[in-house]
Design a protein around this ligand. Structure first.
Ligand SMILES: Cc1cc2nc3c(=O)[nH]c(=O)nc-3n(C[C@H](O)[C@H](O)[C@H](O)COP(=O)(O)O)c2cc1C
Length: 143
């Protein structure tokens, strides 16, 4: 079975809500998901995966620091050709989703357009997250 890891950082749970809904969407396509807050994620979890999805809240226009450290460590893992995507909750500036996507591109990953949600996702936002997860799963399965 194809396997995707979702690693996120989130201070006030908005990005975490996105992460859980994205995981639901991926699972609904019969793709295995490993979902971790970055503080619980071992770098070994992203070895032998088919897709890596990274999420961060937006703080001072930057990727959250613990996720930044994780991305630095991910340089040691061969992610070339695997599917990558980013998701972010934000308040007023949308740049972090592109910052993460560019890092994934730098690993040689095949990236999808990232997903941005303003602050706490409502039901429509959560549905967008599920759809995002489904699209990632289809891509991972080769669709
Ligand atoms: C101290 C602080 C700094 C923030 N900086 C930004 C920012 O630079 N750009 C932005 O769009 N939102 C900013 N926000 C808003 C958060 O990104 C937004 O509330 C987001 O939903 C938080 O996600 P999280 O709940 O996953 O941590 C900031 C919020 C706080 C409290």
């Amino acid at each position: 079975m194809a396997k995707v890891a979702i690693i996120y950082d989130s201070a006030t749970h908005n990005t975490e809500m996105m992460a859980k809904a994205i995981a639901e969407g991926i699972k609904s396509e019969k793709v295995e998901v490993k979902l971790f807050h970055v503080h619980e994620a071992d770098i070994g979890e992203i070895k032998n995966i088919d897709g890596l999805i990274l999420g961060s809240g937006t703080y001072h226009h930057e990727i959250m620091p613990a996720l930044e450290v994780f991305i630095e460590r991910a340089k040691d893992v061969d992610l070339k050709g695997k599917v990558g995507a980013a998701f972010c909750s934000y308040g007023w500036s949308p740049e972090v989703v592109d910052l993460i996507t560019n890092r994934l591109k730098g690993f040689g990953m095949e990236t999808l357009e990232g997903l941005l949600i303003h602050e706490k996702p409502d039901e429509a936002g959560l549905e967008k997250c599920r759809e995002f997860g489904k699209n990632i799963a289809k891509k991972v399965k080769g669709g």
